[in-house]
Design a protein around this ligand. Structure first.
Ligand code: PMP
Length: 339
């Protein structure tokens, strides 16, 4: 049986959640002399620490209860908080499957938490037997699975097997899942050890706003609320997020365009002589294997096109984000003209 209290760091468990002298006045008029704000101006007040209006909006868009939502300053904040809630620095460990998103490693290193890295197989899928065997170490408290995976672009197949076979917290990073029809969100209630991350930085097109979400049981979200800085989302970003989440039509339209551009690019890139393989992608980027990644990377850079050279982790692979139709056309023309 999964027991959340045995996974949480004891000092976090002992914390009281944030509360404010203003709590009973949410949305009501009053003379607020409790938070040392400046009474003059437009952006003079602290934002709502409970982020109620935005949570209601997210709840509506993703069909989930507000009590199951944490809002972070980008999902990068949620990644960091997960490690800080569940892993004792210098003692507990986290695990992930590589190649994957680099922030798990950076955040673990900052928090002095060892991150074990198990390689994905040639199809960038989890080798289930060896994965389950490696989870036996009781020091592992957190497991990161990125699906669709960055940088490979594919969705991961055996996530639920991993959730069922692990006594710690499984963080499924769905930063790119808005581009797919696959998400574990509707199964959140089935798994008390599941945390799902989403972001407004990708399909919603709001990377500048820095708004990420963690979805989990109420008990898990209560822990996030204990450790988050009270005012982690600025009022400007809060308003921008609410406005964007109201435009579902625009969201669907942009997504459709990006997905069709991705497919068009995948086909065109496959035909280029320098390209050995285009990996199938469910996200807004393509991982391609080329004859010489360093050479192509430098050549594109000389032509003012910046891509990600992943040669060090995946030999001769580069990751290309899907741009506007015009940007994609320029990329193809420049690649066609290379030798
Ligand atoms: N997860 C993955 C898999 C990502 O690729 C990224 C950003 N590249 C993030 C999380 C971070 O997203 P955010 O902008 O919400 O911090």
């Amino acid at each position: 049986m999964f027991d959340l209290n045995t996974i949480v760091r004891p000092n976090i468990l002992a914390l009281q959640p944030y509360s404010s002298a203003r709590d009973e006045y949410s949305g009501k008029q009053g003379i607020f002399l409790d938070a040392n704000e400046n009474p003059f101006g437009e952006l003079n007040r602290y934002p709502d620490p409970y982020q109620s209006e935005l949570k209601d909006k997210i709840a509506l868009v993703y069909s989930i209860a507000p009590e199951n939502i944490f809002i972070g300053n980008g999902s990068d904040e949620a990644i960091d908080l997960c490690l800080r809630i569940f892993c004792e620095p210098g003692k507990d460990k986290a695990l992930t499957f590589t190649p994957t998103y680099g922030m798990y490693k950076v955040s673990a290193a900052i928090n002095n938490i060892e991150l074990l890295e198990i390689p994905l197989n040639a199809e960038f899928q989890i080798d289930i037997n060896s994965a389950i065997a490696s989870l036996k170490d009781p020091a592992i408290k957190v497991l990161f699975i990125c699906s669709p995976n960055n940088p490979s672009g594919n969705t991961i197949e055996e996530i639920e097997t991993m959730i069922k076979n692990f006594k710690g917290i499984v963080i499924v990073d769905e930063a790119y899942a808005d581009f797919t029809n696959s998400s574990l969100l509707e199964k959140l209630g089935m798994y008390p050890n599941l945390v799902i991350l989403k972001t407004l930085s990708k399909a919603w097109g709001l990377a500048a706003v820095r708004l990420g979400m963690a979805f989990g049981s109420k008990a898990i979200i209560d822990l996030f609320n204990k450790v988050k800085p009270p005012y982690n989302i600025s009022t400007l970003n809060y308003k921008a997020a609410i406005e964007k989440l109201g435009d579902i039509q625009g969201f669907e339209k942009a997504k459709f365009l990006l997905i069709s551009e991705r497919e068009r690019m995948a086909e065109a890139l496959t035909k280029l002589p320098q390209v050995v393989k285009v990996y199938p992608s469910q996200a807004n980027f393509l991982l391609i294997e080329v004859r010489n990644a360093n050479r192509i990377y430098d050549y594109l850079k000389q032509n003012n096109i910046i891509v990600r050279n992943r040669n060090q982790e995946i030999p001769n692979c580069i990751r290309i984000t899907v741009g506007t139709p015009d940007e994609n056309k320029k990329l193809l023309t420049i690649l066609e003209n290379s030798t």
